[in-house]
Ligand binder design. Structure first.
Ligand SMILES: Nc1ncnc2c1ncn2[C@@H]1O[C@H](COP(=O)(O)OP(=O)(O)OP(=O)(O)O)[C@@H](O)[C@H]1O
Ligand SMILES: [Mg+2]
Length: 338
């Protein structure tokens, strides 16, 4: 592991920690090996965290990520803004794709953040999800392969999508536009897809509704902060409404706790409250706040490729594994009940 490449990442924080461990610190030793010298710092929470992250990363390296029998379609939704919908969509998708799955991310947000994070062009006028929803362009014509992970694809969103919520109102089968386009894709060039993640905008308008109509599963990222649970009732009511009238197979299957800082009482309390209401849905793995996660999109990358050793990458890899394993467990339950 080259420390020079790590910049401001966790390893350099460890360097800083070891540098502070006493006067006369051997700088060259620390710049050559981030882990050497940790014994001097034994017991420091930062060093322990680094060791634990590296241990978890190694265990995940050899872990099996089971692939689903049928394509799993997730709507990643929460009408609250900035909770980690896009970050979770692209990083879980990249983690699963890196472990061999065929994965498609559909950017359904006019902000186009998922397209940015996956390094896919989304300048105004680029063929995009807007053309799929409003001009009947086949999804396969606008999907772009990731330059970093060959089994990862992205349908980009451009700013053209900003008017789609209104433009869709007068269109035939307005709630089923994404459904119809995806079914066509999955009967043809997309038939081997294992996972599809639809990154929804922070609203419960027609774009989100289109995602919920075609998805089998809802993935809700929740940021462990004071207002986290506000708005969740409205989101759940919307899911219930969609289930009743438009898509009886929709299941709120997964909740991911994002930007989690276990050192604060507030984060722990929010996490406890979420787990008490959604014990089955909430994943064991939480995602910590990490500089590497937030800077990755500025390189057009996910954290999975940007810094695989970082705490954020390891957490998202572990989240992806839990999602993969739960899917296979659900398949077994369905088979046993049949
Ligand atoms: N684990 C993390 N560590 C550090 N920063 C994070 C983490 N997760 C998300 N962020 C940052 O928080 C901000 C919001 O994240 P993100 O864009 O994924 O949320 P969102 O729910 O998709 O937002 P929007 O509602 O605008 O679509 C971004 O700047 C992102 O880089
Ligand atoms: Mg987003």
């Amino acid at each position: 592991m080259s420390v020079e490449q790590k910049g401001t990442g966790p390893s350099s924080q460890v360097d800083a920690a070891t540098n502070q461990s006493g006067p006369g610190g051997d700088v060259s030793r620390e710049t050559h090996d981030a882990f050497q010298g940790m014994d001097d710092d034994a017991g420091s929470p930062l060093a322990n965290e680094m060791i634990e992250t590296e241990r978890q990363r190694k265990a995940l390296e050899s872990a099996h990520f089971p692939r689903p029998k049928q394509t799993r379609i997730f709507a990643v939704s929460n009408q609250k803004g900035g909770v980690g919908k896009t970050t979770t969509s692209v990083n879980v998708a990249a983690a699963l794709a890196q472990r061999g799955a065929n994965v498609l991310v559909i950017d359904a947000d006019p902000q186009g953040n998922a397209s940015t994070a996956l390094g896919v062009d989304h300048r105004e006028g680029t063929p995009s999800i807007y053309d799929v929803l409003l001009n009947d362009t086949p999804m396969a014509k606008v999907a772009k392969r990731s330059s970093e992970i060959p089994t990862l694809w992205c349908v980009p969103a451009t700013i053209d999508l900003a008017g789609a919520d209104i433009e869709l109102v007068s269109v035939v089968r307005r709630e089923f536009r994404l459904h119809d386009a995806l079914m066509e894709l999955m009967e043809g060039p997309g038939k081997n897809l294992d996972y599809i993640f639809i990154d929804c905008p922070p609203s419960l308008g027609l774009l989100t509704l289109n995602a919920m109509v075609v998805a089998q599963e809802i993935l809700i990222p929740i940021q462990c902060e004071y207002y986290a649970l506000e708005g969740l009732t409205q989101l759940i009511k919307t899911v219930e409404m969609v289930r009743k009238h438009l898509n009886k197979n929709l299941d709120l299957s997964t909740i991911v706790l994002t930007m989690y800082d276990g050192r604060t009482n507030l984060a722990r309390e929010v996490a406890e409250e979420v787990r008490s209401h959604f014990a089955e849905q909430t994943l064991t793995q939480t995602v910590p706040r990490s500089v590497r996660v937030s800077e990755a999109p500025s390189f057009g990358r996910t954290v999975i490729t940007h810094d695989p050793h970082s705490s954020g990458a390891v957490a998202y890899l572990s989240v992806a594994k839990e999602i993969a394993e739960r899917g296979v467990a659900a398949e077994h339950n369905e088979r046993d009940m049949a």
